[in-house]
Design a protein around this ligand. Structure first.
Ligand code: PLP
Length: 394
């Protein structure tokens, strides 16, 4: 079999309806701040079961607004997983807060609730409790939110779910995003994610004050709502009441996002089918396959495999061989605390051994809506050969 084109680890699926939606919005009166953004917010909130939604130009912006709304500032501490994209931690730094990390669970690769409990007990004694904890639903697999929520009640911190990977996922039969166990939940629509708006993100919440705070701060700190103004000299009037940002989403992005949202269920079903194919195609290889937890339905953003512990040094060889074969395997994630920026803040290699060991051995295989069965077979064959050529055995 010959598969000649490069197969990335993730990519968007854009169809004729998506294109027509964007063109229609280009021909409309509004390129930004029009009806599509509001419609996208309303439909996404409905889909995930949240009361309020704010569309942003990225999930990074949404995470920043979420931290601001929860009052994160200098002197505060925000905790997240080391196994995530840097944005989950950077949002706290934007607010001047300190970041700390909670070790991951070695089966789900998510922030481990037992480690969190231990770290909280210690922090309580030293009076260093976090203001906010940001669990990340890695690869689309929901974190153990009931446990994390219970700890938040006990220790009094707020929760932002970084659900950048997890739109369309379910936890205890409830959609991720209904904020049953969190204050705010954030989604990303970057093209490698489940649905896309090119760049874009959304923050959802059930709290009207948090929603209003995020909206104001994402719109230059301004408001036009009559009940919030100090005076109303005329219809032209708006007030800047605080310092905010321009984090708005455009109409073009919202039009694409809305059109993609219609395809969400189909995308998730497709990913589950592909997941099952991989589980079949790869069984018998000397690797650990990703697992799905019983109390949740993953959105399957990523398909991360692990080499055996004794073969961690061969990961680069396997990675290079797959790239040579035209397979855009990738590594998710370089532990955030190992980045030079965070090392300069005092974190050291060895601080989170499970996340570091996971990082040393992981590879993400291609997984996206338009990936064909033939490409999966090709990937499995190339992986099998790469493992054998590099001497990776059980
Ligand atoms: C992609 C991603 C982000 C950032 O999303 P953008 O929309 O690119 O800003 C944040 N957190 C995680 C876990 C991500 O994967």
């Amino acid at each position: 079999m010959t598969v000649t084109k490069f197969i990335p680890y993730g990519r968007q699926s854009v169809n004729e309806d998506d294109i027509a939606a964007v063109v229609e919005s280009l021909n409309s009166d509004y390129l930004t701040q029009g009806p599509k953004v509001h419609e996208f917010e309303r439909q996404l909130a409905d889909k995930v079961g949240a009361d309020y939604a704010l569309a942003c130009n990225s999930a990074t912006s949404a995470l920043h607004l979420a931290c601001l709304a929860l009052g994160v500032s200098e002197g505060d501490s925000v905790w997240t997983s080391p196994n995530t994209f840097i944005a989950s931690a950077n949002c706290a730094r934007y607010c001047g807060a300190e970041v700390d990390f909670v070790e991951i669970d070695q089966h789900s690769y998510n922030l481990c609730p037992e480690q969190l409990a231990k770290k909280l007990a210690l922090a309580a004694r030293e009076d260093k409790l976090p203001k906010v904890v940001i669990p990340v639903h890695f690869a689309g697999q929901p974190c153990d939110m009931a446990a994390i929520h219970q700890l938040s009640q006990q220790y009094g911190f707020a929760i932002i779910e970084d659900a950048s990977h997890a739109i369309g996922a379910y936890y205890q039969d409830q959609p991720v995003g209904n904020c049953q166990y969190s204050d705010i939940c954030v989604f990303s629509f970057h093209p490698v994610k489940i649905i896309t708006s090119a760049e874009g993100g959304m923050a959802v919440t059930n709290d009207p004050e948090l929603a209003q705070h995020m909206r104001t701060h994402g719109h230059q700190g301004t408001t036009k709502k009559p009940q919030e103004l100090t005076q109303i000299p005329g219809d032209w009037y708006y007030e800047q009441q605080t310092l905010g940002y321009n984090y708005r989403m455009t109409e073009l992005q919202a039009a694409l996002g809305l059109s993609q949202l219609k395809r969400l269920d189909e995308f998730i079903a497709r990913r589950h089918q592909q997941f099952d194919h991989y589980q079949q195609l790869l069984k018998g290889l000397p690797i650990t396959l990703p697992k799905q937890k019983g109390d949740a339905k993953s959105s399957l953003h990523l398909y991360p495999i692990l080499l055996p512990a004794q073969h961690a040094t061969k990961r680069k060889g396997v990675f290079d061989a797959l790239r040579q074969a035209g397979i855009g395997t990738q590594v998710h994630y370089i532990p955030v605390h190992s980045q030079p920026y965070y090392q300069a803040l005092g974190f050291k290699l060895g601080d989170y051994p499970i996340a570091e060991d996971y990082y040393a051995r992981t590879l993400s295989l291609p997984l996206f809506a338009d990936l064909s069965y033939e490409e999966q077979v090709y990937t499995a064959q190339a992986l099998s050969k790469a493992l054998a050529d590099n001497g990776v055995t059980l």
